[in-house]
Write a protein that binds this ligand. Sequence first.
Ligand SMILES: Cc1cc2nc3c(=O)[nH]c(=O)nc-3n(C[C@H](O)[C@H](O)[C@H](O)COP(=O)(O)OP(=O)(O)OC[C@H]3O[C@@H](n4cnc5c(N)ncnc54)[C@H](O)[C@@H]3O)c2cc1C
Length: 383
Amino acid sequence: MEHVDIALVGGGPVGATLACALEGSGLSVAVLEAKEKLEAPDPRALALSEGCRLILDRIGVWAALAPRTAAIETIHVSQRGGLGRVQLSAQECGVAALGHVAEYGDLYAALGARMLDSGATVLTGARVTEVGATSGYGLVRYTRGDAERLITASLVVLSEGGKALPPALRRDKEYGQSAVVCTVRTQRPHNRRAYERFTADGPIALLPLHDDYALVWTTPSAQVETRLALSEAEFLAQLQAAFGDRQGRFLAAGPRAAFPLKLSLAQDSGSPRVLRIGNAAHVLHPVAGQGFNLGVRDAWKLAEALLDLPRERIGATPMQAFQRQRRMDIAGGSLMTDLLVEGFSNANPLLHHARGAALAALDLLPPLKGLFARKMMFGSQSW
Ligand SMILES: Cc1cc2nc3c(=O)[nH]c(=O)nc-3n(C[C@H](O)[C@H](O)[C@H](O)COP(=O)(O)OP(=O)(O)OC[C@H]3O[C@@H](n4cnc5c(N)ncnc54)[C@H](O)[C@@H]3O)c2cc1C
């Protein structure tokens, strides 16, 4: 049985960010990743906030990823069938871009390649089956090939996306919605403009990606299979009816996939030797593209907190300041996405007018708009 300072369960985007942020710390880091190869053929596209981009730059990932991303220079927020809209622009906010869009697979591969270079021991094909803790160390049981193995660590960090946790340790809120994702081509070029359009069924996001848009279409779960099975022409016609013609006609759609959506928050593990980051700690609705950005901040702040601790204290005492700071940021992100989903995904006429008024007011109040944009770009630290 081997012992390390930090055992990371899951070498996905958030786990890899932490491994890279700990490079040069002198701490021994082992990453246990279930996949055999650090590749993820996943059709999602993610909007990366400016704060996230800065972190990816500091850990040496951005230069490799940047050519595969598209900048967002304006974001147009509106509701279907109603007045009132907000337009956020990078220029108004004093930044070169409000965010960047990357395919999940490209992000995964770029972070994975950097992690292999970070000095961490990366065990691919290592599926963690159990995590525990004593007062002296955290314990991870995993299978690799035909063998079952154990590793102990001063601190175990769960970054496995939340799928390895028993449901009782999470607070889940089901939205009864799924995200249908694919690329779509529009008649007009995107000109680095993203859209968030609220409809009674949920938000529709269009994110600029290469020459096309990445679509995230919130769909009632009962209708997902039908929407996935539509012919391309029927799919585009339904999208046109739901989104409108602000980008001209929808001309083509790539292969479609669906992801069930929920809000899920993990409770504290009860041991200072086991911490959770990224989706292992919080799963958010993709409205406003917050999930990964929040996870990257978890990883970055945890690395900072660990670098401030003497090695022998790692895992021995609760990291209260780190946990307090993360609780605030996570609460802010989950509250905002939940309010957007609940407040904007319905046809209530009173709410419809109130939403229109709120969007119009936000657009007319530059300081409030700036505050909102900073929150989206940098999380709770921007307040
Ligand atoms: C449709 C959709 C759109 C989204 N859009 C955005 C967006 O625009 N912006 C944004 O910020 N976020 C967005 N998100 C959220 C984002 O995808 C997640 O927050 C992010 O992927 C979380 O990364 P992670 O590393 O925590 O988890 P994951 O991406 O789930 O990675 C977990 C890793 O752990 C590994 N693993 C799992 N189980 C085990 C095990 N037992 N043992 C070892 N390894 C294991 C997996 O193989 C994987 O490599 C979106 C999500 C969806 C569904």
